[in-house]
Design a protein around this ligand. Structure first.
Ligand code: COA
Length: 172
């Protein structure tokens, strides 16, 4: 998979991405906005494990955000199952050096369109921690709408807080 965009390219994770993953992902400011399963500190072993997982998954739903040949971030989907199989969750992160350039907004727009083309989905959603205004803005710019504020739904850094659920529907 390769989608060329103005600010970046979305592509399959590949061997050789390990060092740039560690360079950009090993950042507490990134970790504090993601699930606890995202490693911190982020080691070379974590990066190798991630590449082997993402490069061999079927179907492929996790992609590197590539800038100038370097994997500077990641974006992906979790396809839900059972009665939720018409839904997918989107997630993403970007190396701090590249924040504020519109990269993830463009990536979310592109991956959302790709996902509706590729899979039989009616809805794509994201869960955002209450302090993560940049991510809420990214989703709004990509056409997602705030659907719910789940009170005290999540815990991060030992603090219980609200989760903001943003979603976009397939255009009829
Ligand atoms: C959130 C994240 C993905 C944004 O990536 P990015 O490429 O910098 O985002 P963009 O440049 O496309 O857009 C960011 C928007 O947030 C805005 N923003 C930044 N800080 C803000 C703040 N404190 N309050 C409100 N808006 C803010 C920017 O101004 C921009 O909006 P604009 O284009 O209208 O000016 C990146 O900061 C990141 O990786 N954070 C850590 C991991 C994470 O939060 N992942 C998402 C979990 S839900």
């Amino acid at each position: 998979m390769k989608i060329r965009l103005k600010t970046c390219t979305l592509r399959t994770w590949q061997n050789g991405d390990e060092h740039s993953i560690v360079r950009h992902a090993n950042n507490y400011k990134i970790w504090r906005n993601l699930r606890d399963r995202f490693p911190h500190p982020y080691t070379i072993e974590d990066a190798s494990f991630w590449i082997s997982l993402a490069a061999t998954e079927t179907p492929q739903t996790n992609f590197a955000i590539d800038y100038d040949g370097q994997a500077i971030g990641g974006i992906g989907l979790i396809l839900r199952d059972d009665i939720y199989r018409c839904s997918a969750e989107i997630g993403y992160w970007l190396g701090e050096d590249f924040w504020g350039r519109g990269i993830v907004s463009e990536a979310v727009i592109a991956l959302t369109a790709w996902a509706f083309d590729e899979f039989d989905l009616s809805r794509i959603y994201a869960g955002v921690l209450e302090w993560n205004k940049p991510s809420m803005r990214v989703l709004e710019k990509a056409g997602y709408q705030l659907e719910a504020r789940l009170k005290n739904a999540v815990i991060k850094e030992d603090r219980i807080m609200d989760e903001f659920v943003y979603a976009i529907q397939r255009k009829q």
